[in-house]
Design a protein around this ligand. Structure first.
Ligand SMILES: [Zn+2]
Length: 101
């Protein structure tokens, strides 16, 4: 088991030379494409394919964070520090909504 920071650092070691050359805008396009592929994998019962897509999404998210010099572990813990950032509770007590909008 590794931390979010260790995972991001690992992705930096493996891919930063390419990610930095590609730049933020095109790295973001790759992330969006992988999110779409995750959505497609959800339509099937193939758990291995689903796991692969989750791995791709978090890998591209880490790559984008590296290009933008964002520390994912710090950013996520600052916002989601063991409680919901909106209502301050754990578990969340916000009014429940199925959809985003
Ligand atoms: Zn909440």
């Amino acid at each position: 088991m590794i931390s979010v920071r260790e995972f991001q650092n690992m992705m930096h070691r493996i891919y930063f030379h390419r990610d930095s050359e590609r730049g933020a805008e095109d790295t973001f396009k790759w992330l969006k494409e992988e999110v779409d592929e995750l959505g497609e994998a959800m339509q099937n019962a193939d758990k291995k394919a689903l796991e692969d897509e989750f791995a791709d999404v978090i890998a591209w998210l880490a790559s984008l964070a590296n290009v933008l010099a964002i520390d994912l572990e710090s950013a996520t813990l600052r916002k989601y520090d063991h409680h919901c950032p909106k209502c301050g509770s754990s578990p969340c007590q916000c009014p429940f909504r199925i959809t985003k909008t």
